[in-house]
Write a protein that binds this ligand. Structure first.
Ligand SMILES: [Zn+2]
Length: 64
């Protein structure tokens, strides 16, 4: 029996205080971080995520 694939990790940009509707889900934390980095670069013009923001992101990541 095939079960629908369930994302194990999720992140919502608004959870770190951004006025932004972006959400991401992934099966691994690495995959999720890659999506977040890409989003930060393209949507928020953050070439590098600083330590304070990274800490907020890690705290906001939800594990299913
Ligand atoms: Zn965002």
């Amino acid at each position: 029996m095939a079960r629908p694939k369930k994302a194990a990790y999720s992140f919502a940009c608004k959870d770190i205080g951004m006025d932004c509707g972006f959400t991401a889900t992934a099966n691994t934390e690495e995959e999720l971080m890659a999506k977040i980095r890409e989003h930060a670069r393209t949507a928020h013009n953050m070439q590098n995520i600083d330590d304070a923001t990274m800490a907020k992101i890690k705290a906001a990541i939800k594990k299913a």
